[in-house]
Design a protein around this ligand. Structure first.
Ligand code: ADP
Length: 450
């Protein structure tokens, strides 16, 4: 029997996110991750995207009326944007930048769908605020929930800032700053635990910090341990003039705390039904038992290697297990999660970015922020759950996971695996929460679909 036939669609909203275990504090520095740990036809994968097309639709989150010049951005930064082939701002960039660049500086809480260019919005702001006559003095700090995301943001700052004379940037992630060495760059990007330690050990003088930005802010403020670390970091930055909070999701439960953290902030918000990205086809597969999940995944493999794809599981052990089985079955896949050492994680992600690795199996540690444009399929091998007993659907994590595809107007597919009543109900609730109908993939005639 298929669960989709048997279980009536549940009603009622997804329960509010409750605070999660303290384990998750460690995750942020990438040491541990939480215990929670079709467009399928040939030829649809390599999609050429013309930015002028995707930015021309008024209803799209990528649409804007202005040019970057009209937003009053400094020449050297503009040059960087054009070198990256950014021709026009996206909606969030167009809406946020005029406020972000105002003097005196103002706080901001900004929400925009995954893959719509939030990073550039805060990076342009930061580059516009630096005093370039003071190269060894940290002046702006970005914190993010994983080392990979911090590294990626560092890369975006380097790219957008490539023509900015005198710019210095440094990463503060585990292992990046040796004991006793000083953090002496204008812009510092890191994970909260490492940043906190460096400031405490006086390796990092944060007394002149002007801008503080939290990427994936809801995640950073929400979780026990992590929220405390962020608050403590903020407490160590006496001179901050501008606190910026960015995310695709701001569940009600964290909004009040976010408003305390970033007082009198200007706010750009989305309604819940605006959150999903149109280019991502959301589907699910009703699998027969746990073994059915593996079998289907294995069958799907060919489709996954046409572009790049990410398979999300709950536990590290599952990631390792599936990776081993698929490898033994002759497939090329790589697992990565918090048990790997930092440089190994960096290397694997880099190989994934450049397409040397096509299929990545991972946990929630990479659910947020990672921007690899070639990803055209995301698989939720395990439906994301949260709560003390892992008994509530985690709608935010679902949205972030599937948001690893469909970047900046590209198309992508997400397939979530259900195999029992619990996973089916959880996924149904997530669909309802966002007001979307997930498309069920046919089971028996999969060979034909393929
Ligand atoms: P978000 O943080 O909103 O999830 P990112 O900042 O990672 O999204 O941006 C998604 C992708 O879109 C990135 O690859 C980025 O280089 C690209 N991008 C951002 N802004 C623009 C723009 N104005 N024009 C073209 N591409 C852009």
């Amino acid at each position: 029997t298929r669960w989709a036939d048997e279980v009536a669609s549940p009603t009622g909203p997804v329960a509010p996110k409750e605070s999660e275990s303290s384990l998750e504090a460690a995750q942020m520095d990438g040491q541990v991750e939480p215990l929670n740990g079709s467009g399928l036809q040939d030829g649809q994968y390599e999609v050429e995207v013309k930015l002028s097309d995707i930015q021309g639709d008024e209803n799209s989150p990528l649409f804007s009326v202005n040019s970057f010049e009209q937003l009053g951005i400094n020449e050297q930064i503009l040059k960087g944007l054009y070198a990256m082939n950014f021709r026009k701002p996206s909606k969030i960039q167009e809406k946020a930048l005029p406020i972000l660049l105002r003097d005196p500086p103002q706080n901001m809480i900004a929400q925009s769908q995954s893959g719509t260019g939030k990073t550039a919005a805060f990076v342009i702001t930061i580059l516009s605020r630096i005093d370039y006559s003071n190269p060894r003095q940290p002046q702006a700090l970005v914190i993010a929930p994983s080392r990979e995301l911090a590294r990626q943001i560092e890369g975006v700052i380097r790219s957008i800032g490539q023509f900015v004379e005198g710019l210095t940037i440094q990463a503060a992630v585990p292992g990046a700053v040796e004991r006793g060495a000083k953090v002496q760059a204008m812009v510092v990007v890191g994970t909260p635990g490492t940043v906190m330690d460096l400031i405490k050990r006086r390796q990092f003088d944060a007394s002149q910090m002007k801008v503080l930005c939290l990427d994936e802010a809801d995640n950073m403020l929400d979780q026990q341990g992590l929220g405390d670390q962020c608050a403590r970091v903020k407490g160590m930055l006496p001179g901050v003039q501008q606190t910026l909070l960015f995310s695709a999701t701001f569940p009600d439960a964290v909004v009040r705390y976010a408003e305390q953290f970033s007082p009198n902030a200007n706010q750009i918000k989305l309604k819940r039904d605006e959150l999903t990205v149109k280019g991502i086809s959301q589907m699910y597969m009703d699998c027969t038992g746990d073994e059915g999940k593996y079998n289907f995944l294995s069958q799907l493999y060919g489709a996954m290697t046409v572009g790049s794809s990410i398979i999300f599981v709950k536990r590290r052990t599952t990631a390792d297990e599936i990776a081993n089985r698929l490898t033994n079955d002759g497939h090329r896949v790589v697992a990565v999660h918090g048990a790997f050492d930092g440089t190994e994680r960096d290397r694997i992600l880099e190989e994934f970015r450049v397409g040397k690795i096509k299929v990545l199996i991972t946990t929630n540690v990479l659910a947020r922020g990672i921007d690899v444009q070639s990803v055209n399929m995301v698989i939720n091998y395990d439906v994301p759950m949260m709560g003390r007993n892992d008994d509530q659907p985690d709608a935010e994590t679902y949205l972030h996971r599937i948001g690893r595809t469909g970047r900046f107007g590209r198309v992508g597919v997400s397939i979530s695996f259900v195999f029992d009543r619990k996973s089916f109900q959880a996924l149904s609730k997530i669909g309802e929460y966002y007001g979307i109908d997930l498309v069920r993939l046919p089971t028996d005639d999969w060979d034909e679909t393929e």
